[in-house]
Design a protein around this ligand. Structure first.
Ligand SMILES: [Zn+2]
Length: 191
């Protein structure tokens, strides 16, 4: 068994409601079709590079197609997109990513803003495959997944892997196969 990578830890700490949430569902509406995502321009954000947007797109692609309802498409018009990816230079605390997920009264996701930091609070950069993994983690929250206690999961509170684990794909399939039952085991720690 290969050891887990120990470098480039992306500590993803997220804003999540602690109440049991319904799996997220096809955000936005029940119509078949892609989930539109707007990736904010980053040129004005300290530490941003064009590759960061590439990694964000790859993160979206990693989740796309695992279940039929989850397919992302990019749009240049933020008003068209229920999901926004935005950049911050760094958070004031240990976080490097955040998913602010909006839900309706029934718990169905209606939109989200995913914020990705260019640096850890101590100044170390978050870039390349570490940034992609962080983005994958936050997109997982958008899709209704909570934290996993398995350190090999992309949904571990501190992201140490760089790709989806079989557990992650399985969690997504479960989330979209049920209506609020059999939620993936979540780490109740939030934030
Ligand atoms: Zn998280």
């Amino acid at each position: 068994m290969r050891p887990l990578p120990r470098i480039g830890i992306a500590a993803a700490v997220c804003v999540l409601t602690s109440a049991a949430v319904r799996p997220a569902p096809v955000p936005i509406d029940a119509a078949p079709g892609p989930i539109f995502v707007w990736i904010a321009p980053g040129a004005g954000v300290a530490g941003w590079s064009a590759d960061d947007a590439v990694q964000a797109r790859r993160a979206l692609a990693a989740w796309s197609g695992i279940v039929p309802a989850v397919r992302f498409a990019l749009t240049d018009d933020s008003a068209d997109a229920p999901v926004h990816v935005v950049w911050v230079s760094r958070f004031a605390d240990a976080r490097t990513g955040e998913a602010r997920v909006a839900r309706d009264h029934g718990g169905v996701v209606t939109g989200a803003t995913i914020a990705l930091a260019m640096r850890h609070a101590d100044g170390r950069p978050v870039a390349g495959d570490a940034l992609r993994a962080l983005a994958m983690h936050e997109v997982g929250h958008l899709l209704g997944l909570q934290h996993s206690l398995n350190p090999r999961s992309i949904m571990a509170p501190v992201v140490r892997v760089r790709a989806l684990a079989p557990e992650d794909s399985a969690a997504l399939r479960r989330a979209f196969a049920t209506e609020g039952l059999d939620q993936p085991a979540g780490d109740p720690r939030s934030g």
